[in-house]
Design a protein around this ligand. Structure first.
Ligand code: ADP
Length: 497
């Protein structure tokens, strides 16, 4: 299927295990490992990763430094090197990771939200491109993720266009969440090394700002996002975050590939973080995880259905719906468990729910990866009533652990969870469409009814959810096809130009 191994550079502002604030980091940490090991019979692809070297990252060794001409002065970029461990046919492989360091820009508490954000990431993108000839490495494809990497396709098309070292490189730009755009004042043009003639709606101007995400969408050879449904949704005015017009313009080059999860890390058979390991043939052990979760959350230990949420507590996640139906939920035969952190208003609401229903609601405010695994393993149902959801990882992890998702049919949730059909027995969860209390409540009630009235069918549903392949191996093959597509388009455009 793939004629030769590819050289791929993945650019991301965060990569597990070096730096993480959200799902992007999981993708950037897992996809390269999968790419290094799929797609052809001989060597695997030559995949490398780059991100900024933030304060707190340890263990990367010095590789080189060089000046980057930036803002009419020379700023030093220091490149440090580390690796991501991958397995290839039983042998260890190391995916090289290049960390771009500059004391002034990156030695700070925290990763984002600084006044000079445009300057920091424009510098990062320039440094990444300037690093390549010094590594003597010419990637076939540069895979840019989210607004922080948006300037790279732009730089390649404008600044490096006639440079034979760069002009064969194709670019892919992936949108992980369209809400985060990187829009900055007009003065940002000078950081990008262009004048006011670029400040037009056809080029970099976006509602009076210079938009980094727009640069990625406009100049990349192909654009992708993290599910097919989200790729459609973002082309509509209601859900397009003002970029729907541009995305419609690029519709022929816009793809959706759902994220995978790491099947080694998320495996109920071997996961050391959970109380008792199990698989689809030993589901009785899953119940022991429920009992130990109940104990840990201060709930009565009994065989009642546990409905769980693990989520950033933000508007996107549909928490207002949950808060509005909580009194009705608490009248039913179930226990509710929530792990999350975020917006203080939501934290307060869920703490209050915990005090109001001590024997029925277990709430833990905070970020806790170990407790998260125990919840995935111990719960029966997993709630994601999101307003929008580009892909969503929670539902995928839940299914891997035999915990049935109850989701709203948006974005990646719509693509990965299919409504249970009591007649045919098909489906892997419970799905509702309308963003309303009634619709959510109805879905929860349907799930509870099946759990209570037909344990045999419920077990079948659980087994089926556990069997579906949401590993990276599958999505990585789709990304390889996307890279080929980007290369083909790039070559074609070069011929026309
Ligand atoms: P998003 O990227 O919008 O936060 P996803 O569903 O794509 O949503 O990814 C969320 C990931 O973060 C999941 O792996 C989930 O288990 C994890 N997570 C979210 N909140 C917490 C928390 N408070 N503690 C531990 N893990 C969490």
């Amino acid at each position: 299927m793939f004629d030769r191994p590819l050289k791929i550079l993945l650019v991301s502002a965060e990569v597990v295990p070096f730096a993480k604030t959200g799902g992007l980091a999981d993708v950037a940490g897992s996809l390269p490992k999968a790419l290094a090991t799929v797609g052809n019979d001989h060597a695997g692809n030559d995949v490398r990763v780059t991100l900024p070297h933030y304060k707190g990252i340890e263990g990367a060794r010095y590789r080189m430094d060089f000046p980057v001409l930036f803002k009419n002065r020379a700023e030093t970029a220091i490149i440090r090197e580390a690796g991501l461990e991958a397995q290839y046919r039983g042998e260890h492989r190391l995916v090289p990771v290049y960390l771009v360091d500059n004391h002034h820009y990156f030695y700070r508490d925290g990763m984002y939200m600084f006044e000079d954000e445009a300057e920091r990431f424009a510098f990062f993108c320039r440094a990444v491109l300037e690093m390549l000839p010094r590594l003597n490495w010419q990637p076939d494809v540069i895979h840019c993720n989210d607004w922080q990497a948006g300037p790279i396709p732009f730089f390649l098309k404008v600044r490096y266009r006639h440079d034979s070292f760069y002009n064969k490189m194709a670019t892919v730009f992936t949108i992980h969440n369209l809400q985060y755009q990187g829009n900055f004042p007009q003065e940002t043009l000078s950081l990008l090394g262009v004048g006011e003639d670029y400040f037009t709606p056809e080029l970099l101007e976006f509602y009076g700002t210079v938009s980094f995400i727009k640069m990625g969408i406009l100049f990349a050879d192909v654009v992708s996002t993290v599910s097919r449904t989200y790729a459609e949704e973002i082309q509509r005015p209601e859900t397009g975050e003002r970029l729907d017009g541009l995305l419609r313009m690029r519709a022929a080059d816009l793809y959706g590939i759902v994220n995978g999860i790491n099947y080694h890390e998320f495996n109920p058979r071997t996961d050391p973080r959970i109380h008792r390991n199990y698989d689809r043939d030993s589901l009785e052990n899953k119940r022991e995880n429920k009992y130990s979760l109940q104990k840990e959350m201060g709930l009565p230990v009994k065989n009642t259905p546990v409905v769980a949420m693990i989520s950033r507590l933000v508007e996107q996640k549909g928490l207002d719906l949950v808060a509005r139906i909580i009194d009705q939920l608490m009248e039913m035969d179930l226990q509710f468990v929530l792990l999350g952190t975020g917006d203080p208003d939501y934290e307060k609401i869920f703490k209050e729910i915990k005090s109001k229903y001590p024997g029925k609601a277990g709430v833990h405010i905070g970020f806790n990866a170990i407790l998260a695994q125990r919840i995935y393993a111990g719960a029966d149902m997993f709630l994601m009533p999101s307003r929008f959801e580009p892909c969503g990882l929670g539902q995928l992890i839940a299914m891997r652990y035999g915990t049935i998702p109850i989701v709203r049919a948006v974005g990646g949730l719509a693509d990965t969870v299919h409504d249970f059909n009591p007649v045919t027995g098909s489906g892997n969860g419970f799905v509702f469409s309308e963003y309303s209390e009634e619709a959510l409540l109805h879905a929860v009630k349907r799930a509870l009814a099946l759990y209570r009235d037909d344990p045999g069918q419920w077990q079948k549903l659980v087994r089926h959810a556990m069997e579906i392949d949401y590993s990276w191996a599958r999505s990585a093959v789709e990304y390889l096809q996307l890279y080929q597509e980007a290369l083909a388009r790039h070559t074609q455009k070069a011929k026309i130009a």
